[in-house]
Design a protein around this ligand. Structure first.
Ligand code: DGY
Length: 418
């Protein structure tokens, strides 16, 4: 299919998944507004409907909790096809919109800046309204999720990489006693071999039940945590988002001192993510152990503004071993599973962040190669949620919002990269 037809198909997917003010990631499997999916959607919408792009971000931030946290799911309208839905989280008295109790990688400030840069005059009033909310959200991360200069997660869903090997040891240490019976809905939409296991889900739900019991009060959640893993996804994404928020502060004539101090903290902390081979990985903070896993999140260092020769060599190896890089778990690693969610598949959105970072830092050949390979993957295999890195086989949900969005904003030969 030619690029013009793919552009049209991508726009149609965003329209299809539009529920009026917010976009679902895909019909059926994910029937609510997801945090980072939505920010990608805004970036995609900006290529053909700037007003709708701003609306997406504004709806997302309308769910912000008084603490500053922006939930990972906003349950705008009930849908029994998803578990765990609004009734499970126990958050009804906390935020302005029914929601989950955890957050997700904060890409929103970066995409707000990108949407603004596409049409600055139109964007100024929107960015002025969003700025204090984004600042408050970033402050929440720096207050409640910072340890040794790294950002940690309290639940695998917070990283967005639900079943990544980075969490294996920390998850194995949890005994999900008393979790009780529940019915998963995801495996009714997608082949179970592409999803997390029952052992994973028992622990996901057990962690949600703990949060509910503690009323999601940050100080209480912080005491004797059963799961606390520093996550390169969020450390790197937040560092980049701080830089973009700083640029927004400049634009608005606001002081950026606090933001600059956060940048300094995370720049130093990012070094603590380096595992034995010098590459970036998760750190189990309860055992002070680097996980050692090379994931696609390991390669977000350029996106965060950190150059690294070790990672460039690892990327070359990834280009050599995967037909469609970058796999979420290296294809040569033990436990690689090319179809199982974050244990091997390639995610076009991660490629976008990695590729933009590479190009921003002058590694144009690598960045452009990744962009072209991602474009070929989508052109040959469609707008899937994720893909097998060796065969390109599409996996997970289809007609996926964020894959369509990054096609429009980055991968398509017609994309205007802002
Ligand atoms: C799910 O339900 O699979 C999501 O990843 C949780 O955010």
């Amino acid at each position: 299919m030619d690029a013009i037809s793919l552009d049209k198909q991508a726009r149609d997917i965003l329209t299809l998944n539009d529920r009026g003010g917010y976009t679902v990631p895909t019909e059926g499997l994910y029937p609510y507004q997801w945090n980072w999916d939505s920010a990608f959607a805004a970036w995609g919408f900006a290529s053909f409907d700037i007003t709708r792009a701003w609306q997406e971000l504004e709806t997302l931030l309308s769910g912000q909790w008084p603490s500053g946290m922006v939930p990972h799911i906003l349950f705008h309208a009930d849908d029994p096809g998803y578990f765990p839905g609004p009734g499970v989280w126990g958050t009804e008295d906390i935020g302005p919109v029914r929601s989950s109790g955890i957050s997700q990688p904060p890409v929103a400030a970066s995409f707000a800046k990108a949407v603004h840069d596409r049409a600055p005059d139109q964007g100024l009033p929107h960015i002025r309204t969003l700025y204090p909310k984004l600042l408050k959200w970033h402050r929440w991360f720096m207050t409640w999720r910072l340890d040794q200069g790294m950002i940690f997660i309290t639940h695998p869903w917070e990283a967005g990489r639900d079943n990544a090997p980075d969490w294996d040891a920390a998850m194995a240490a949890i005994d999900p006693v008393g979790v009780g019976e529940y019915t998963r809905r995801d495996t009714g939409h997608v082949d179970p071999s592409m999803r997390p296991t029952k052992a994973d889900y028992d622990r996901y739900i057990w962690l949600v039940q703990r949060g509910k019991r503690l009323g999601w009060v940050d100080a209480d959640m912080d005491r004797d945590p059963p799961f606390r893993v520093a996550d390169p996804t969020i450390t790197f994404i937040l560092l980049r988002a701080h830089r973009d928020l700083g640029a927004i502060a400049d634009l608005l004539g606001e002081s950026r001192d606090e933001i600059d101090s956060w940048i300094t903290t995370l720049e130093a902390g990012a070094e603590n993510h380096r595992g034995p081979g010098g590459h970036f990985c998760g750190v189990n903070l309860l055992t002070s152990t680097h996980t050692g896993h090379l994931s696609s999140a390991s390669f977000l260092n350029w996106y965060a503004g950190i150059d690294c020769d070790v990672m460039l060599k690892a990327l070359d190896a990834s280009f050599d071993t995967a037909t469609y890089p970058v796999p979420s778990h290296a294809v040569t690693s033990q436990g690689f599973d090319g179809m199982r969610y974050w244990r091997g598949p390639t995610w076009a959105i991660m490629n976008t962040l990695i590729g933009r970072g590479l190009s921003d830092m002058g590694h144009d050949t690598h960045g452009e190669r990744l962009r072209r390979q991602t474009a070929a993957l989508i052109a040959e295999h469609g707008f899937a949620e994720y893909f097998h890195p060796l065969t390109g086989a599409p996996a997970g949900g289809g007609t996926f919002t964020w894959t369509a969005a990054i096609w429009l904003a980055w991968a398509s030969p017609n994309a205007g990269d802002v």
